[in-house]
Design a protein around this ligand. Structure first.
Ligand code: SF4
Length: 528
């Protein structure tokens, strides 16, 4: 049985001429017939070449792997109990789900307060992040969660200014992203993070963010779960492509080549690719970077690492422990992004469950040796409350939050689409039953109006969409925690899970369902 879906996908706009009649190991139609226009990925590659590598259309979609990994979070179930309560009095009138507390404090000195244990992971220079920033910033700020500005924002900002050493001195786009979040931040909850990759480090982005924009949290980026190469975007303008190449990025095809310029003007291709570089991590440089960032005023330092091989994960945790950083976000393979090479997104790296289990083992090892273990967040396909509970439980007590990117963008995009349709009196049939205005269709709008009064009119539909989605996650998570009899996040533990397969049990150390509570059950049955 194959775990992969090859050669046709909505992500690349390809399909098989003969539908399901395919060779599963190659993804090709069982018969490939002369005369086919080339509907599949091989066919499309025969006329669009490397353009067929990426999910499309760029800037309007997010994409994530279709690979069906052998083990995922569905191989675990959440355990409940018929008695007891931790974090609240053992009283049926008090142990109700609305009394579950989802607030948490993270960081080395536990001074970063979150209303919900969520982080929106790095959303950088892709169009989809830029176009949905209003919703992401306002929605996450009013929800009290962390929002991360991803890589390459200054480098791609056409209005960025640099000094004679190539350091950024002004980036209106980064400024807009930071300030929008700060303007809506409530009572000090959450925080805005600025992330840096190789190019950002060369431009001095973190120094600029700390010194000029008052950013307190910075994140060093080693990688992400969708790919093990640098970030890519598309550029549909020759002058922009030239400018970005001159700023030091890899741009394909070369926009300075006269033949390429002619082909672009002729319409042979419509977009340039911008690629960023891969890092060269080593312990000394990492420790020095952390020390430097503290010196220039960073209050909190995070590390984001991807689905690299286990020894790299061990380095991430060990070096972060030595450097005393505040949070490591670990992003498993299969997570989504705006524009990663499609096959890479499917076929490289360690899937989230495996990666989290390795990270748990490494953290436990250091912990038992009396070493500092930074708080951790897990990323890679988290969307709904059951996944969030499982992510927190499988990594307990080290994983304090779950990082998401695709699903918050989805909530923003849907909120934006519906609010525009409401304004244009073009409400979709499936939504009409809820009403005809923002207040009746968006169920959380009434509470937001009460809280923000006239300022409510400045909250865009995209932010209401994100806030409402987080409200749903909040209630769903509270219900699961209530059933598990855990009334605060710090009570969630690995014993709140059971493995449904022997393999999931072997990977995670979580007991197999038929072995759970065996001794306890026997003792109960033997009682006189
Ligand atoms: S080119 Fe061949 S394999 Fe591809 S869709 Fe057409 S028939 Fe199928």
């Amino acid at each position: 049985m194959t775990y992969s879906k090859i050669n046709s996908s909505a992500a690349t706009g390809t399909k098989n001429l003969y539908g399901d009649e395919i060779s599963p190991f190659s993804g090709m139609c069982a018969i490939c017939i002369e005369g086919c226009n080339g509907l599949c990925e091989i066919g499309k590659s025969s006329y669009r070449g490397s353009e067929a590598i990426y999910p499309q259309p760029f800037g309007k979609v997010t994409a994530a792997s279709q690979k069906d990994y052998p083990i995922d979070y569905s191989h675990f179930n959440i355990m409940g109990s018929a008695s007891g309560a931790k974090g609240v009095e053992e009283d049926s009138d008090k142990a109700i789900f609305t009394n579950v507390n989802l607030e948490t404090c993270i960081g080395k000195n536990k001074s970063l307060r979150l209303k919900l244990p969520f982080i929106i992971a790095g959303l950088g220079s892709t169009d989809i992040a830029r176009n949905n920033w209003e919703g992401l910033a306002i929605g996450s700020a009013i929800s009290g969660v962390i929002l991360t500005i991803g890589e390459n924002v200054c480098g791609i900002d056409p209005r960025s200014e640099f000094d004679n050493k190539g350091k950024v001195v002004k980036s209106p786009e980064l400024e807009r992203r930071v300030n929008l979040y700060k303007e809506w931040q409530q009572d000090g909850y959450g925080g805005i993070v600025v992330q840096a990759n190789v190019e950002d480090t060369r431009f001095g982005v973190l120094e600029y963010a700390i010194e000029k924009l008052g950013v307190e949290i910075v994140e060093l980026k080693w990688g992400q779960g969708a790919k093990d190469i640098g970030g890519e975007i598309k550029i549909n303008n020759l002058e922009r492509a030239i400018e970005i190449k001159k700023r030091g990025y890899i741009v394909l095809p070369d926009p300075l080549d006269p033949d390429v310029q002619r082909a672009f003007h002729h319409g042979d291709f419509k977009e340039f690719e911008r690629h960023s570089r891969i890092g060269m991590v080593n312990r000394e440089d990492f420790l020095k970077s952390v020390e430097h960032l503290r010196k220039v005023g960073a209050k909190y330092i995070f590390l984001k690492t991807g689905a690299y091989r286990p020894s790299d994960l061990a380095k991430a945790i060990k070096y972060s422990s030595e450097a005393g950083i505040d949070l490591i976000t670990i992003d498993g393979a299969g997570g989504g992004t705006g524009m990663s090479p499609w096959r890479m997104m499917n076929e490289w790296g360690i899937p989230t469950v495996y990666l989290q289990c390795l990270a748990y083992n490494y953290a436990k090892f250091l912990d038992e040796k009396g070493k500092y273990v930074p708080d951790m967040a897990i990323a890679g396909g988290f969307t709904l409350e059951d996944l969030i509970f499982k992510g927190l439980a499988l990594g307990a007590p080290y994983f304090k939050a779950v990082a998401m990117a695709r699903s918050p963008i989805t909530a923003c995009m849907v909120g934006k689409t519906l609010s525009e349709k409401i304004k244009n009196n073009d409400i979709p049939q499936a939504v009409k039953k809820y009403g005809s205005d923002i207040e009746s269709i968006f169920v959380e709008a009434t509470d937001l109006m009460k809280e923000f009064k006239e300022k409510f009119n400045n909250i865009p539909g995209s932010a209401i969409g994100l806030f409402s989605y987080f409200k749903r996650l909040e209630q769903g998570l509270k219900q699961l925690m209530c059933g598990a009899r855990k009334f605060a996040l710090n009570y969630i533990e690995r014993s709140d899970l059971v493995a449904l397969t022997k393999e999931a049990s072997e990977i995670s150390g979580i007991p197999y369902v038929m072995e759970l509570d065996r001794e306890e059950a026997k003792a109960i049955l033997e009682e006189n």
